[in-house]
Design a protein around this ligand. Structure first.
Ligand code: ZN
Length: 220
C-alpha cells in the first residue's frame, strides 16, 4: 500500500510518495562529528517509498544490526514535477514542511564506507524514514531560518536552524532536480545537524519546529 501524507491536523494529503531524496553532509558541525570531509556538491541518496512510516505512531527500530542513529531533518513535501528547476521554481514547488528521522544503521554504514561500498542497506531499509504530518509552507515564511530540535527522554539532543545549512532548502531542491526528476508527493530531506546518536526501544521523542509544531512519539 502506498504511504499517504497528512497535515499536522490529521487530514489526509492526496499525494502518494514515489521516493524520498536525502542529502548527507549539509551542516558543517555534523560533518565534523563524523570526521567526513566537506563536500564540493551536495551528497545525495534516495530512500524508497517503503521506508516511510508515520512519525506520530510508535515506530520500530531494528535491534539486530548494531546501532540505529537518529538524524532529525526538515522534510519538504513537493507538489509539482521538477526537472532542472531554478531556485524560484523550487520555492513554488514546495507544498508543505514537516520533520523526519533519517534512521541510520551507523555500524553497518561505517563498515560499508570503510570498504568503499554503497551504504544503501544502512539508510533505505523498511521503516527507515518516520515522517511527521505537514504544515503549509505559508506558516514558515522564512525557509532560511527554521529552528528545529529533537529531545530524547526530555533531554535536547539535536537543535539547529536551516540558516546553518551548507546548501539552502531551495538550492538543494534545484540541485536535486538536475539529477532526479521530483514528482508531486516526493519528499526531500534536508540533512541533519550535529548531535546524532543511538536510539533504543522505549525512548520517548519530542520533535519540534519553532514552537508552532511539536510531535511526540516513541521507539518500539
Ligand atoms: Zn540524514
Amino acid at each position: 500500500m502506498k504511504y499517504r501524507h497528512h497535515w499536522l491536523s490529521g487530514d489526509r494529503i492526496d499525494l502518494p510518495t514515489g521516493k524520498v531524496v536525502c542529502v548527507g553532509r549539509n551542516y558543517a558541525k555534523h560533518i565534523q562529528e563524523l570526521n567526513n570531509p566537506l563536500p564540493d556538491d551536495p551528497v545525495l541518496f534516495i530512500k524508497p517509498a517503503t521506508s516511510l512510516v508515520p512519525l506520530e505512531a510508535p515506530f520500530p527500530i531494528p535491534t539486530d544490526r548494531g546501532e540505529v542513529h537518529h538524524e532529525t531533518e526538515i522534510a519538504i513535501l513537493i507538489d509539482t514535477r521538477l526537472q532542472n528547476a531554478s531556485e524560484g521554481e523550487s520555492i513554488d514547488a514546495i507544498k508543505a514542511l514537516g520533520l523526519a528521522l533519517d534512521l541510520t544503521l551507523r555500524d553497518v554504514q561505517s563498515r560499508l564506507k570503510a570498504k568503499g561500498l554503497p551504504w544503501e542497506i544502512a539508510k533505505a531499509f523498511d521503516g527507515s524514514c518516520p515522517v511527521s504530518g505537514f504544515i503549509a509552507k505559508e506558516h514558515l515564511p522564512n525557509l532560511d531560518d527554521i529552528h528545529f530540535s529533537l529531545k530524547i527522554n526530555g533531554e535536547t539532543r539535536q537543535e539547529d536552524t536551516s540558516a546553518h545549512m551548507l546548501t539552502s532548502i531551495t538550492g538543494l531542491i534545484s540541485y536535486i532536480s538536475r539529477h532526479f526528476t521530483l514528482e508531486p508527493g516526493d519528499i526531500v530531506l534536508t540533512g541533519t545537524p550535529a548531535g546524532v546518536g543511538p536510539l533504543k526501544p522505549g525512548d520517548q521523542l519530542e520533535l519540534a519546529i519553532s514552537e508552532r509544531f511539536t510531535v511526540t512519539t516513541s521507539c518500539l
